[in-house]
Design a protein around this ligand. Structure first.
Ligand code: NAD
Length: 542
C-alpha cells in the first residue's frame, strides 16, 4: 500500500510566504470601475484545503482595458526584429531556472502536486524557451515559393503577427500550459492576455513578473484572473486569436464564439488515452512506463493513459508487474522529493474519480490495487488504482476520468488492440510497448491520435519541442509546439511580382494563337515536372 506524508501547509513551503501571494495578486490589471475589495476570488491549497490568498475577479471591462493596452504595446513589439524578441524569451528561460525553488513551491501550493511532478512541469518552460530562441526567427522569416512559371513571376510569403492573442489555460499544468501557448505568440510579435484557471492563478502571475524582468515591454503580457464564464467570453470577444486548453465541453463554447467573431483558435482538449502492450514487449519496462503514463500528476494530465490493452500472451505477466509497480508509488504533498503522487485539485475532482470507479465496480470491475480516497494523506488524495473487468460501456471506459485510475483489458492480437484504442471520440495521445521498434511505428500509424509514443509514456512526443502536438476528433483543433505552434499566430501575406507586366491575354498576339501556345506551354511544363518527379523518386529509392 502507498506510504504517507503528513499534509503540507503553505507555511512548509521554504521559498514562499503569504505576503508574496498578495504581491502577485496586485499584478492583475483592473479597470477604473472595478471594486477590488468586493470582487475577490479565493484560492485554496489542495494539500490542506486551506485558503492561501485571493485574486481579483475581473469583469469584461477589465479584460477590454487589458486588451486595449496590449494592442498599443504590440504595435512596437511587432516592429522589433524576431531575433531580439527571441533573446527576451531566452533570458526569461534563464530566469525560470534561477528562480525555480520559488516557482516549484508556488506550483505545489496551488495544485497540490508532488514536487517530482512539479519539477517535470517546470523543466518544460525553459526547454520551450530554448526552442523558440533558436527556431522562431527562422520560422517567421520571409519565404520564397514557386511563382506562376520560372522567370515570369516571383512569390514571397511574409508572416505578420495577428495582434493580441488570448490564452485560456487549465489548472492541471498551469505553468507549462500557459507558456506553451503564450511564448510562441510573443515570439511571433503578438501581445498576450492570459486567463489562468481560477484555481491556479499565481504561477502565471509569477511568470509574468519574470517576463518583465527579462525585458518584455510593459503591457505585452498581462494576466486577467476571474471566473471562466465571465472572463473567458470577454477575452474571446476582444482578441484576434484564442489559444484554449481545457475540457472538450468548454472548448466547443470557445470555438463557437471564436467562429462568430471570425477569429482563429487552437483547442487543446480532453482525452481518454489508450496504452497498448504488444506480445513482444518487455513487460517490466512496459509496466514502469504504464505507471508513468497513468499516474503522473495523479492522472490529471491530458496525455494520461486511462485504457490499457494487452495482447493475451503477456496479459498476466504485465498485470502482475503493473500492480507491483503501482504499489511502490508513494502518496504525499510535501515540499520535498519523497512522494511520487500528490493530491487531486479539489473535492469535485475527487468526486468524479470516486464516482467513475464506483460505477465500474457496480458493473463488475475489480480493483487489484487502490480504489479509495486517502484523506489521511491530504483531503483530496486518491490511491493509484488498477481495475480489471471494466465493462466497455462503463463511464470510466467512455469518458475522461482525469485521475489516477487505469483499466486493463486483455485483447486477442494487435489488430484488436488498435480497434479498441480507436474506439473513442477522443484522439489526443497514445503509447505502444513492443520489443520491435519498427513494429511499434507500424502500429502507431494505425492509431488515431495526434501523438503516439513507442516505448514511452508521453515525453517522447511532448518533449519534442520541434514536433507538433494536438488532438484528433473531440481532443481539439490545431497544434502547439514546433513551427506549427508558432505559425498559428501569424497572418501570411503572399507577394507576387511579375517580371513581364500584366499577366493574362496579351494585346499584340491573336487570342486563338495565344490560347494554343499557352496550353502547349502548360503541357510541356507538366511533362517536365513529371520527369523531375520520376528522377527524384528513383534517387529516393536508392
Ligand atoms: P475547463 O474547460 O473547465 O477550464 C479550462 C479553462 O477555461 C479555465 O481557465 C476556465 O476558467 C476557462 N473557462 C471556463 N468557462 C469558460 C468559458 N465559458 N469561456 C472561456 N473560458 C472558460 O477545464 P477543466 O475541466 O478545469 O480542465 C481539465 C480539462 O482540460 C481536462 O478535460 C483535460 O483533458 C483538459 N486539458 C487538455 C490539455 C491538452 O493539451 N489537450 C491539457 C491540459 C488539460
Amino acid at each position: 500500500m502507498p506510504s504517507t506524508d503528513p499534509p503540507a501547509a503553505l507555511g512548509d513551503a521554504p521559498a514562499l510566504a503569504a505576503r508574496r501571494l498578495a504581491d502577485l495578486s496586485e499584478r492583475v490589471p483592473r479597470s477604473g470601475s472595478a471594486d477590488a475589495a468586493r470582487d475577490a476570488l479565493d484560492v485554496f491549497a489542495p494539500a490542506t484545503a486551506e485558503r492561501i490568498g485571493s485574486v481579483p475577479a475581473c469583469e469584461a471591462s477589465d479584460v477590454d482595458a487589458a486588451v486595449a493596452r496590449a494592442r498599443e504595446a504590440q504595435a512596437e513589439w511587432a516592429e522589433t526584429p524576431a531575433s531580439e524578441r527571441a533573446t527576451v524569451i531566452d533570458r526569461f528561460g534563464d530566469l525560470v531556472v534561477d528562480r525555480r525553488e520559488e516557482l516549484l513551491d508556488l506550483l505545489q501550493a496551488e495544485t497540490g502536486k508532488s514536487r517530482r511532478t512539479a519539477v517535470e512541469e517546470l523543466f518544460d518552460v525553459p526547454t520551450g524557451c530554448g526552442y523558440l530562441a533558436n527556431e522562431a526567427p527562422g520560422v517567421l522569416a520571409d519565404e520564397r515559393r514557386s511563382g506562376v512559371a520560372p522567370g515570369v513571376t516571383t512569390a514571397t510569403v511574409t508572416y505578420d503577427p495577428v495582434g493580441v492573442v488570448g490564452v485560456i489555460s487549465p489548472w492541471n499544468y498551469p505553468l507549462t500550459l500557459s507558456m506553451a501557448d503564450a511564448l510562441p505568440a510573443l515570439a511571433a510579435g503578438n501581445a498576450v492576455v492570459l486567463k489562468p484557471d481560477e484555481k491556479t492563478p499565481y504561477g502565471a502571475l509569477a511568470l509574468g513578473e519574470l517576463l518583465e524582468v527579462a525585458g518584455l515591454p510593459d503591457d505585452l503580457f498581462q494576466v486577467v484572473t476571474g471566473e471562466g464564464a465571465t472572463v473567458g467570453p470577454a477575452l474571446v470577444d476582444a482578441v484576434d486569436y484564442v489559444a484554449f486548453t481545457g475540457s472538450t465541453e468548454t472548448g466547443r463554447v470557445v470555438a463557437e464564439r471564436a467562429g462568430r467573431n471570425l477569429i482563429d483558435c487552437s483547442l487543446e482538449l480532453g482525452g481518454n488515452n489508450p496504452l497498448v502492450v504488444l506480445d513482444d514487449a518487455d513487460v517490466d519496462e512496459a509496466a514502469r512506463g504504464a505507471v508513468q503514463a497513468c499516474f503522473s500528476n495523479a492522472g490529471q494530465l491530458c496525455l494520461s493513459a486511462e485504457r490499457i490493452y494487452v495482447e493475451e500472451p503477456v496479459y498476466d505477466a504485465f498485470l502482475d508487474a503493473f500492480v507491483r509497480e503501482t504499489e511502490r508509488l508513494t502518496l504525499g504533498t510535501g515540499y520535498d522529493y519523497d512522494a511520487a503522487v500528490g493530491s487531486l485539485i479539489d473535492a469535485a475532482q475527487l468526486d468524479r474519480v470516486q464516482s467513475h470507479v464506483d460505477d465500474a465496480r457496480e458493473r463488475g470491475a475489480t480493483a487489484l490495487t487502490g480504489g479509495r480516497a486517502r484523506p489521511d494523506v491530504a483531503p483530496y488524495c486518491y490511491e493509484p488504482t488498477v481495475l480489471v473487468d471494466v465493462e466497455p460501456d462503463a463511464t470510466l471506459a467512455c469518458e475522461e476520468t482525469f485521475g489516477p485510475v487505469a483499466a486493463v483489458t486483455s485483447v486477442s492480437d494487435a489488430d484488436a488492440a488498435v480497434a479498441a484504442a480507436n474506439d473513442s471520440p477522443y484522439g489526443l495521445n497514445a503509447s505502444v510497448w513492443t520489443g520491435g521498434r519498427d513494429r511499434g511505428v507500424e502500429v502507431a500509424r494505425e492509431i488515431d491520435c495526434g501523438t503516439v509514443n513507442v516505448n514511452d509514456a508521453f515525453l517522447a512526443t511532448w518533449g519534442a519541442a520541434d514536433a507538433p502536438m494536438g488532438g484528433f476528433g473531440d481532443s481539439g483543433l490545431g497544434r502547439r509546439h514546433g513551427p506549427e505552434g508558432i505559425r498559428r499566430y501569424v497572418e501570411s501575406r503572399t507577394i507576387g511580382v511579375s517580371r513581364v507586366g500584366p499577366l493574362g491575354f496579351p494585346d499584340r498576339i491573336p487570342t486563338d494563337w495565344f490560347v494554343r501556345g499557352a496550353f502547349a506551354a502548360l503541357s510541356l511544363g507538366r511533362r517536365a515536372s513529371r520527369g523531375v518527379r520520376r528522377v527524384k523518386r528513383r534517387f529516393r529509392r536508392r
